[in-house]
Design a binder for this molecule. Structure first.
Ligand SMILES: [Zn+2]
Length: 366
């Protein structure tokens, strides 16, 4: 009987001595969820519609109620504000013990909470240094807001204070952004992403802007962007029928060294990435690769596909044969670049065997 993460409560009910005057005396080894310590004073009966709602029985008064944890607490602590009757069987002694328990849980939660570590500040680092701890020169900041008036460098006291304030605010912004990278495990390469910089530039023009949250990023915004990209690719797709498509496929590894196989549809109007499949842990034989490419042929429409281009390895040559036998109008073409690559490798390091001695002598200098 678990509602996804909360510890079982009914098993520990016996230890509470509910309904007696002893209140909340716990054995030492009992596990209490600090966020929901009162769960152990009730018995869950049945899950109900609505997030976190249960039918439960109070261990003190033995009566049944419906509702979430807020009601359990309201019932036992006699709050009278949570839409549930207060418990008349909780003795003063038990009430004191429960209040103490709440306090202890709160303290434990506070101690376990992530501690606030102030952002680094050059002022803290004991100096009037003009260089921030992020390697960015303060001068770069100071010049923009306090430009000289008509070429004359006038520094009033007010201007100096404003300048110092801006420096401090900018430094704190830098610190916050840097900490986002470090705590989120973000790749430093993200700083080279033009959308990273553009997003901050746009934000600077919108006061009070709050960035999208976790759910918006993974649902509505993702769907919106996908739809947008698909709309932009539509003009290319329309030309497939007239111009014919070459499907190119290659295996590669991404930054996390995951083995991927990609399929790209190219035609005169431009290339289009169809898919990149994570083949981590899979045995990449010819039938597996052929299945992937056949899926893409179906996606593009077999009548639009002119040829399939892969590298020239033995597995891919088998893939080509398999596809050609299934679709007689589709040709397999070994990738020219890969073929040249193999040729050049062979010329540069010809195998030294009796039949190849002349080639080796002629080419070994390469
Ligand atoms: Zn009760």
């Amino acid at each position: 009987m678990s509602d996804g993460g909360t510890p079982p409560i009914s098993s520990s009910v016996g230890s509470v001595n509910a309904g007696t005057s002893s209140g909340a005396a716990d054995p030492e080894n009992e596990i209490i969820d600090d966020k929901t310590p009162f769960r152990k004073f009730v018995k869950k009966i049945q899950k109900q519609q609505g997030g976190g709602c249960w039918r439960w029985q109070c261990n003190f008064c033995k009566l049944y109620y419906n509702g979430s944890y807020t009601r359990v607490r309201g019932h036992l602590l006699k709050e009278g504000t949570t839409g549930v009757a207060v418990c008349n069987k909780v003795t003063p002694h038990a009430f004191t013990a429960m209040s103490k328990l709440v306090k202890e849980c709160k303290e434990r939660l506070m101690n376990a909470a992530p501690r606030h570590v102030p952002l680094p500040s050059s002022r803290q680092q004991g100096g009037s240094s003009s260089t921030s701890s992020y390697g960015m020169s303060y001068h770069a900041y100071t010049q923009a807001p306090t430009t000289s008036d008509g070429g004359k460098k006038r520094k009033t006291a007010a201007g100096f204070i404003e300048n110092a304030f801006q420096n401090s605010a900018r430094e704190q912004c830098d610190g916050e952004v840097a900490r986002m990278y470090y705590t989120g495990g973000l790749s430093f390469n993200l700083a080279r992403n033009p959308h990273y910089r553009n997003s901050y530039i746009r934000v600077s023009t919108l006061s009070g802007y709050i960035p999208p949250d976790y759910n918006a990023l993974r649902t509505t915004l993702l769907a919106k962007e996908r739809k947008n990209i698909e709309q932009h690719l539509e003009p290319i797709k329309i030309t497939w029928k007239d111009k014919g498509v070459s499907l190119c496929s290659d295996g590669w590894s991404d930054a996390q060294r995951r083995s991927l196989i990609n399929v790209i549809a190219t035609c005169e109007s431009g290339p289009m990435m169809l898919k990149a499949i994570n083949c981590e842990g899979e045995f990449k034989d010819h039938s597996m690769i052929a299945d992937l490419i056949i899926d893409s042929i179906k996606e593009v429409g077999w009548e639009n596909v002119v040829q399939v281009v892969t590298d020239n390895g033995p597995v891919c040559s088998k893939v080509g044969a398999l596809i050609a036998s299934k679709y007689p109008t589709i040709f397999w073409t070994p990738c020219v670049v890969h073929t040249l690559n193999l040729d050049v490798k062979n010329i540069c390091t010809p195998p030294l065997v009796a039949s190849n001695a002349d080639v080796f002598d002629a080419c070994c200098w390469i």
